[in-house]
Design a protein around this ligand. Structure first.
Ligand code: 9UX
Length: 72
C-alpha cells in the first residue's frame, strides 16, 4: 500500500531549490515518487508508509533549509 501526500514548501526561489528538495525526498528510503512544483510551493510525494512516515518527509525538507507543511 502506497500513500500519496501533498506538502506545502516555502522558501524555494529558483529551480535549483526545487531540484534539491526533490533530491532530498528521493533519497529517503520508502519514497517511490517525488515531484516539486516550484511556482505552486508544493511537493507531491508517493511513499510506502511502512518504510517512511509523513513526518520524516517533512523533516527531510526542513533539514535542507525550507519550511514544510503537510497538506494532506
Ligand atoms: Mo539558487 Mo535557490 O542559489 O535558493 S538554489 S535561489
Amino acid at each position: 500500500n502506497l500513500r500519496r501526500i501533498q506538502v506545502g514548501v516555502t522558501g524555494m526561489t529558483c529551480a535549483a531549490c526545487s531540484n534539491s528538495v526533490e533530491s532530498a525526498l528521493r533519497a529517503l528510503n520508502g519514497v517511490v515518487k517525488a515531484s516539486v512544483a516550484l511556482l505552486q510551493n508544493k511537493a507531491d510525494v508517493t511513499f510506502d508508509p511502512t518504510l517512511v512516515k509523513d513526518e520524516d518527509i517533512r523533516n527531510a525538507i526542513e533539514d535542507i533549509g525550507f519550511e514544510a507543511e503537510l497538506l494532506s
